[in-house]
Ligand binder design. Structure first.
Ligand SMILES: NC(=O)C1=CN([C@@H]2O[C@H](COP(=O)(O)OP(=O)(O)OC[C@H]3O[C@@H](n4cnc5c(N)ncnc54)[C@H](O)[C@@H]3O)[C@@H](O)[C@H]2O)C=CC1
Ligand SMILES: O=C(O)[C@@H]1CCC=N1
Length: 269
């Protein structure tokens, strides 16, 4: 019998993981999910053919529980799960800020817990997922976690002390790129381009730049230099970005996100 995996709190992130596991070859019978609302249960059942169960049922029968509720809902959820969870199950948490220690303290002694920070490109198999073991997680548990996340993108192992920085960088990261696309599209409009044209230009440029960064292995400075002609258009544009402290703004934004991730944890201790 193959390992059964339950997604506890199948919202945006949980659903993305369910669909990724199905695309990667898991059978609907290997998966189950829990949700709060009946309409959501119906939708997930119809869309994926998986069983929607209660949290207690999932905790009793699944080998791996993926906790995908908001950090603020984690404490109540763990109280609900703890009577049923045993040390031969694996708990994988994708919640921002919540430490493995926080989870371990609320469950039976010895339960292996793995913390993962992934991101929404899980939906297109291009996620970046950073994985950290808790006190009782062994190599086998990290491998089982990687089996879930590798088919939907890249995985990396990091010490848990780095997870707040990871959350700021790659967890929230897609939002910064979307923000940039939004701002560039608006700028295109200001320059007189129709919105649809500006949008298409910006999105394809983002894809082209991203693929070049991934496939060439070149440092971004080298790639930027190749675009920047002497006394040309790019040089004056980058000068304006520097004048407006865009680099400093990014550092401040990431520091704020890292600090918020820390707060999400401490708010629960
Ligand atoms: N959205 C994102 O880009 C990322 C989110 N995360 C983390 O993933 C987690 C989920 O985030 P989203 O999917 O965006 O939130 P969401 O609100 O879409 O999903 C959470 C789901 O959990 C359900 N839920 C809450 N308490 C429950 C309970 N006791 N039993 C069963 N279901 C319950 C809610 O009804 C909701 O459907 C968060 O902890 C977040 O920090 C991590 C990386 C990226
Ligand atoms: O904004 C958040 O708190 C979550 C965690 C990383 C991305 N989204």
């Amino acid at each position: 019998m193959s390992q059964r995996i339950a997604v506890i709190g199948a919202g945006k992130m949980g659903e993305a993981l369910l669909s990724g596991m199905l695309r990667a070859g898991k059978q609907p019978g290997d998966l189950m999910a829990t949700v709060r609302r009946a309409e959501r249960a119906k939708l997930l059942r119809e869309r994926y053919g998986i069983e929607i169960v209660t949290n207690a049922e999932a905790a009793k029968s699944a080998d791996t529980l993926i906790l995908a509720v908001k950090p603020q809902d984690m404490e109540v959820l763990l109280d609900e799960l703890s009577p049923y969870v045993s040390a031969n199950q694996l708990i994988v948490s994708v919640a921002a800020g919540i430490t493995t220690g926080f989870i371990e303290r609320r469950l039976t002694e010895g339960v292996p817990v793995v913390r993962v920070m992934s991101n929404t490109p899980v939906l297109v198999d291009e996620a970046m997922s950073a994985i950290s073991p808790g006190a009782h997680a062994a190599e086998e548990h990290l491998r089982r976690t990687e089996e879930i996340f590798k088919p939907v993108g890249k995985t990396i192992r990091v010490p848990e002390s780095q997870q707040d920085a990871v959350t700021a960088l790659s967890g929230s990261g897609p939002a910064y790129f979307y923000y940039l696309v939004e701002a560039m599209t608006d700028a295109g409009l200001l320059l007189g381009l129709p919105r649809a044209v500006a949008h298409e230009l910006v999105v394809q440029t983002a894809i082209g730049a991203a693929v070049m960064m991934r496939d060439s292995g070149e440092h971004p400075v080298i790639l930027r230099e190749a675009v920047t002609s002497p006394a040309g258009t790019t040089a004056v544009a980058v000068k304006e970005l520097e004048n407006h402290s865009v680099r400093a703004a990014l550092i401040a934004a990431l520091e704020a996100a890292r600090n918020r991730s820390r707060e999400l944890a401490s708010g629960h201790e």
